[in-house]
Design a protein around this ligand. Structure first.
Ligand SMILES: Nc1ncnc2c1ncn2[C@@H]1O[C@H](COP(=O)(O)OP(=O)(O)O)[C@@H](O)[C@H]1O
Ligand SMILES: N[C@@H](CCC(=O)OP(=O)(O)O)C(=O)O
Length: 410
């Protein structure tokens, strides 16, 4: 039997104890839906599937319905950040295309044309409620590189204090495949962390996580998830609706990022937006499981654009997994990919499992000459600076995905 929802935002009301505070004994984490009505700052993400009409074009009525809900919440004193997909859909009509394009160049063009229209529609719709909007286009790099992260944080924070609703999307027109989120689900989780949201609401075309893909007869909604490990066996597909990107897989990735940083998530259908924000029993509520991590560790753990792999020997894998060791050149057996010093890379054990992710201190061209060598020898031979760690332990995050949900191909 699946766990049920505890009473009160932190599960500490009355006799019902919080179900699990494994990482955070003594810390009040939001573990029930009652955290939603009292949230002071929320991030709401709406997917392409909910903003696109049957003709493949932007569904302006759906957009207006969402804005009505968000404006009501704003009027009640909650700061709202909207992460919205739909740029590509909005560009389909004006470009005279019959369906959503598939190739990167036309997707970029459609997003470029559509993003302006999308924001124009939001500007009109929020203006009906006396609210202004500010467009913020982010790339994966904005969540990985410290200076850019700080930049985005400052812009969003100022917009909020000015009473403006930030309308965020990925900067699709210029982001390249290698450094792209593609879906807005993970972007929404990182934005939630960036603005220190009290809750994240993911709106899609299905009312929450189901115990089987919803197209399967008898699939049932899972109303409450206390920890992602509870749904590790739930089959989910990366293929979503014809319009969305990433399906349920990227939504659960988003949930993993947000809940691990102390932010509860409601995943539901766009038509239930008001209910979700009001704490009603709609969709799936995912309890927060971890305390807010430093932005730095979050970037490292969830950097979308891992640039390469460092294959390490058994000793190095064990040392890194022990949690206190840096990765030295002596433990590296092979380097894959092209990267610059400072880029995120995965550390791969001899059995092929990714054990950690970290920021590498050398370029990919420099590394081959250092592999398997002891730092003392490198200093003697190549000089000062070559005797340092390849990945410093402060720049390493152990792979946290042991409880990843099972993916199916159907
Ligand atoms: N176990 C599951 N529970 C709910 N939905 C699932 C599951 N597995 C796959 N899905 C699919 O995920 C889709 C939503 O993802 P997606 O199309 O990317 O939406 P969006 O455009 O809103 O981001 C749903 O249409 C649903 O078919
Ligand atoms: N940034 C893209 C959205 C990409 C996408 O499809 O995301 P989603 O529908 O949230 O899975 C756009 O605005 O069209």
């Amino acid at each position: 039997m699946r766990p049920t929802e505890p009473t009160g935002p932190t599960g500490r009301n009355g006799a019902t104890p919080a179900p699990r505070l494994a990482h955070d004994v003594g810390v009040n984490l939001p573990v029930s839906r009652s955290a939603l009505p009292v949230a002071r700052r929320v991030v709401v993400k709406i997917g392409s599937s909910s903003l696109t009409g049957p003709d493949g074009r932007l569904d302006v009525d759906a957009l207006r319905s969402l804005v009505d809900v968000l404006a009501a919440r704003r009027a009640a004193g909650t700061q709202v950040v909207l992460v919205t997909s739909g740029a590509v859909s909005a560009g389909v009509g004006p470009l005279g295309l019959s369906t959503r394009p598939r190739d990167l160049a036309t997707l970029q063009a459609a997003a470029s044309v559509g993003q302006g229209l999308l924001v124009a529609r939001y500007t009109e719709a929020f203006a009906h409620h006396g609210l202004g909007v500010g467009q913020v286009l982010l790339t994966a790099e904005d969540t990985v590189r410290r200076v850019r992260y700080k930049n985005a944080e400052r812009a969003l924070s100022r917009l909020l204090t000015l009473g403006v609703v930030p309308v965020v999307n990925e900067n699709d027109a210029v982001t390249t495949d290698g450094f792209k989120f593609g879906d807005n689900d993970r972007l929404a989780a990182l934005v939630s962390h960036l603005v220190r949201a009290d809750a994240l609401v993911l709106l899609t075309d299905v009312d929450g996580l189901h115990d089987a893909p919803p197209s399967h007869p008898g699939a049932r909604r899972i109303p409450y998830v206390g920890d992602l490990a509870e749904v590790a066996d739930v089959p989910v597909t990366a293929r979503g609706s014809a319009l969305g990107t990433g399906g349920m897989v990227t939504k659960l990735e988003s949930v993993r990022i947000a809940t691990a940083s102390g932010i509860p998530v409601v995943l539901t259908a766009a038509r239930n937006a008001a209910g979700a924000l009001g704490g009603d029993d709609v969709g799936t509520f995912f309890a927060a499981t971890g305390r807010r991590a430093s932005a730095r560790r979050l970037w490292i753990a969830h950097a979308a654009g891992v640039r390469g792999q460092l294959h390490v020997d058994d000793g190095a894998a064990r040392a890194v997994l022990g949690g206190r060791a840096s990765l030295l050149p002596a433990g590296i057996t092979r380097v894959e990919g092209e990267f610059d010093a400072g880029d995120p890379v995965d550390l791969v054990a001899p059995d092929g499992t990714v054990v950690a992710r970290g920021l590498v201190a050398f370029d990919s061209q420099e590394l081959p000459a250092l592999l398997g060598r002891h730092t003392a020898d490198l200093r003697e031979e190549l000089g000062e600076g070559y005797d340092r760690e390849v990945v410093h332990r402060d720049d390493l995050v152990l792979e946290p995905r042991a409880a990843r949900p099972r993916r199916t191909s159907s």
